[in-house]
Write a protein that binds this ligand. Structure first.
Ligand code: FE2
Length: 577
């Protein structure tokens, strides 16, 4: 047996993943355990859980792989440091961070509650973008593929172009600091008054309300250059001060990275409490427009260089589902794979598989066809959690459960739907979801008022029976992980107003019966009643990390105004007011 623990540590979305004999057996983000959104630091609880889940002792680990390597791109880093003098506090933070990555063996031993001496595992550092590349290609269904990874920064790089063939990765190109599409998007997101880590998704939702009238101005911020791109650095500050990311014990925060020049170009930055005006919508739309343009340029360049028609994607920017939705119709790529944890948490999986295929010489065979790699709870645990919370619940057999819940959804109720293993990655995909009727005009407002308290411009996503996607949307390429946005068919738009965004699109999740049998069955029952094979799906949380345990789910059920909570086969109704 070969057991490999993969880690994303000291970076946003800390996570752990366990690969045994080339198969992923467990993966989870630390934020779900410690309840701090996007928590960075070391994924102690997630790592300990992965081992417990597999019934392994720390001494049985053969390899530990971290998706960071401070030595990567070292020559470029040194050249940069000699030319520019970063602030002393920035240098102190980077040195401390590098020391932590270098010493992760101690942190692993601490997390697993053993002496370092008892760990026989070999320790590996995998360059951040190589870990992203590995996380995209090695678990894809492709024997060979072009691979593109795009994010803010990791180990001094922001973009990697690669090709994967069987067990080998060939790195074709990199974009190094200070140029970064992720930084471009984050900087304008900050200008737009969304300062929190991970707020870029909000801007993607806001963009369709505006027009791309400032596209030319955006092209001053980022422009294509050869196969790649470069930033107009005068509009940013990260190249002089560094990206000041701090996390202490809380969520990561990134200091302001846009310069006064950006305000000269776009006007004064919006304050977070200021209303969103047409001007802001137009800036968001222009940002998204030029992001898509540059991203598709990278995609096309990669195709030119590889002549491969299969594409695997990862990195935070690869979570831009609107940009991804344009790849198949508008580029020579015929197949696209984006694994569910395409953001930084996925580097835990990538680092582990990189070691499996290189250091451990393992063979291919595993495909990450689902996101269900997290903790799960049996009947007894669900019943016990209700008892502890003093909430009465009834157990229904499957034959009763599915029609009953589907009927309540069709009646307009909002349901907390908790089943099986928690998803790995940022999206709830029917295991830790809140589901509702997509046919109701008022459902977005109901969800926002009663549960989610989100900005009103953010869309809700449709989960669709996989073989029916083409009936409702203009594309039907499988999108099991909700990372592709498709145009809603003209004749269907009025039927599903709660999941049809202002630009007549939906961030589709295609649901396969073999992958998500219980969620598929729920949607199929809803289809029987209504003729609509779609549910509105939003993550099971209220401005907190997605729920993990039955106790978290019950707590969120109680503090919000959900109508019903379903934990596996147990159903609890909200007490009538
Ligand atoms: Fe990354």
């Amino acid at each position: 047996m070969t057991a490999i623990l993969g880690l994303n540590a000291y970076h946003g979305d800390a996570a752990a993943a366990l690969v045994v004999d080339g198969e992923l057996v467990a993966a989870a983000e630390e934020e779900r355990f410690n309840r701090v959104k996007h928590v960075a630091g070391f994924p102690s609880l997630a790592a300990a859980w992965c081992l417990a889940e597999a019934g392994l002792k720390p001494a049985q680990l053969d390899h530990i792989a971290i998706g960071r390597d401070p030595r990567a791109n070292f020559a470029a880093k040194i050249r940069r440091t000699l030319r520019h003098r970063p602030s002393p506090s920035y240098v102190r933070e980077r040195v401390a961070n590098q020391a932590r990555v270098g010493d992760a063996g101690d942190a692993v031993a601490d997390a697993l509650g053993v002496d370092r001496g008892s760990l026989r595992a070999k320790f590996h550092r995998v360059e951040h973008h190589r870990a992203h590349v590995a996380s995209a290609f090695y678990v894809s269904p492709f024997d060979d593929a072009a691979v593109l990874t795009v994010d803010g920064f990791g180990d001094f790089a922001s973009t990697m172009l690669a090709v994967g063939r069987d067990t080998k990765l060939e790195i074709l190109d990199r974009v190094l600091f200070p140029h970064s599409l992720g930084i471009f998007y984050t900087a304008v997101t900050q200008w737009l008054g969304f300062p929190h880590y991970g707020d870029e998704g909000k801007v993607m939702g806001l963009a369709p309300y505006g027009e791309p009238v400032y596209a030319d101005k955006m092209r001053e911020l980022v422009r294509v250059k050869g196969d790649l791109f470069e930033l107009g650095l005068e509009y940013f500050t990260h190249h002089t001060r560094g990206v000041e990311m701090t996390w202490a014990d809380g969520s990561p925060t990134i200091g302001r990275i846009f310069s006064q020049r950006m305000e000269d170009l776009l006007g004064p930055a919006r304050q977070p409490d200021e209303p969103v005006a047409t001007h802001h919508e137009n800036v968001a739309r222009s940002l998204q427009h030029v992001l898509e343009e540059t991203y598709l340029h990278l995609v096309r360049s990669l195709h030119e260089r590889t002549r491969n028609t299969r594409l695997a994607l990862a990195g935070g920017v690869a979570l831009n589902a609107v940009a991804n939705g344009r790849i198949i119709p508008e580029t020579p790529f015929a197949d696209v794979y984006v694994q569910p944890a395409a953001g930084d948490s996925g580097t835990a999986v990538g680092a582990a598989f990189d070691v499996w295929h290189n250091a451990a010489d393992g063979s291919r065979g595993f495909v990450m066809g689902s996101a269900d790699w997290g903790p799960h709870y049996d009947d007894e645990a669900c019943a016990g959690a209700f008892a502890v919370a003093g909430v009465s619940a009834t157990r229904l057999d499957d034959d009763e459960l599915f029609p009953f819940v589907a009927g309540k959804i069709a009646d307009g109720e909002v349901i907390g739907w908790f089943q099986g293993r928690m998803e790995f990655g940022p999206r709830a995909l029917g295991q830790r979801s809140i589901v509702a009727d997509p046919r109701r005009d008022d459902m977005k407002d109901i969800l926002n008022a009663r549960i989610k308290h989100r900005e009103p411009f953010r869309p809700f996503a449709p989960s669709v029976l996989a073989d029916r996607v083409g009936e409702w949307f203009e594309q039907d390429y499988p999108s099991p992980f909700m990372v592709l946005v498709y145009k809603t068919r003209v004749e269907k738009r009025e039927q599903i107003p709660a999941v049809n965004h202002v630009d007549d699109t939906g961030r589709v999740q295609s649901v396969e019966p073999a992958v998500l049998p219980r969620y598929w069955r729920l949607i199929a029952e809803f289809d029987k009643l209504t003729g609509v094979p779609i549910l509105l799906n939003t993550s099971f949380n209220e401005n907190e990390p997605i729920v993990m345990t039955p106790a978290h789910a019950i707590e969120t059920f109680q503090k919000t105004r959900m109508d019903m909570l379903v934990l596996d086969n147990y159903v609890a109704r909200r007490a009538s007011e």
